[in-house]
Design a protein around this ligand. Structure first.
Ligand code: E4P
Length: 218
């Protein structure tokens, strides 16, 4: 299973990279705005900077809603760096764009997936990744994990090669449950990933080991 960092924050990407725990990055227009990255040229430059510090796929999202615009943007994004994967929303125009970009050898990540039918059509159009958003489903009282199970099951039956990125992850429990379900990737905020390391018995145990060492080595 792979971990992607769901952020456009360069410091967080560096931190996770130094720990050796990430396999890629996903961004979206909201995450770019959160970092104060505005203006087309700055946005493109930021994607290149992310690619320079992470060893793995970097999803960069199109903002057009017509397939022609998505393709134009996608081609430009893909030409920035070989690690770029073009993120396209799962709307009819997006599916058209995914089909076209895939034929041209450009990898795509189909985003904003909230049901298995959307994932299936994205995979059929040739998306390299699909991104079901589990946290946002939980937010409206539905079971996000159930969707991951369903997509994993359907993709398994038909041997689809599209990788499932469990997205909109809110906590460490989401990550573990996605692993159990067989998602290929979890894209997460840094604190959800580092949270996997937390256990009160680890902290207490370490404190005791160090205290005992100090007692005999004054
Ligand atoms: C996925 O690629 C999205 O960027 C992300 O996971 C959305 O998460 P959110 O629901 O926390 O905004």
């Amino acid at each position: 299973m792979k971990f992607f960092l769901d952020t456009a924050n360069l410091d967080q990407i560096k931190t996770a990279g130094e720990m050796g725990i990430i396999d890629g990055v996903t961004t979206n227009p909201s995450l770019m705005a959160k970092e104060g990255i505005t203006g087309n040229e700055n946005i493109l430059e930021h994607y290149v900077n992310i690619c320079r510090i992470v060893d793995g796929d970097v999803s960069a999202e199109v903002i057009s809603t017509e397939s022609e615009g998505m393709v134009e943007e996608g081609e430009k994004l893909a030409s920035l760096h070989e690690q770029i994967v073009v993120k396209v929303p799962v709307i009819p125009e997006g599916i058209k764009a995914i089909k076209y970009l895939t034929k041209k050898g450009i990898r795509t990540n189909c985003t904003l997936i909230f049901n298995a039918g959307q994932a299936l059509l994205a995979a059929k159009a040739g998306a390299a990744y699909v991104s079901p958003f589990i946290g946002r489903l939980d937010d409206i009282g539905q079971d996000g994990m159930e969707l991951i199970h369903q997509i994993v099951h359907i993709f398994d039956i038909y041997g689809l090669e599209t990788e499932i990125i469990a997205a909109s992850i809110r906590n460490t429990n989401h990550i573990l449950r996605c692993m159990e379900a067989g998602a290929h990737v979890a894209t997460c905020p840094l604190d959800a990933i580092t949270g996997l390391l937390n256990h009160p018995l680890t902290s207490a145990g370490l404190e005791k080991f160090l205290a005992d060492h100090r007692k005999l080595n004054k």
